[in-house]
Design a protein around this ligand. Structure first.
Ligand code: SF4
Length: 70
């Protein structure tokens, strides 16, 4: 599972980075948050899901990327 931030709708509120700093980082230049390209451990997944649930812009998605799509 990996987290993603829709850069088009992120309002740069910083909440996700506050609750889950190991996954979400701030891009100060773009004024957006970025989800690191990492496979989420159980603990990180729980925190990332929490961030997803409270993101005011609903910009966060969490997807299962374990199966290769072609
Ligand atoms: S919580 Fe949502 S809107 Fe706020 S910085 Fe994170 S992704 Fe962007």
């Amino acid at each position: 599972m990996k987290a993603f931030v829709n850069q088009d709708i992120c309002i740069f509120c910083g909440i996700c980075g506050g609750v889950c700093p190991d996954v979400f980082v701030i891009d100060s230049d773009k004024r957006k948050s970025i989800a690191l390209d990492i496979e989420l451990t159980r603990e990180l997944l729980a925190m990332a899901r929490y961030a997803e649930s409270i993101c005011p812009a609903e910009a966060i998605t969490i997807k299962d990327v374990s199966t290769k799509e072609k």
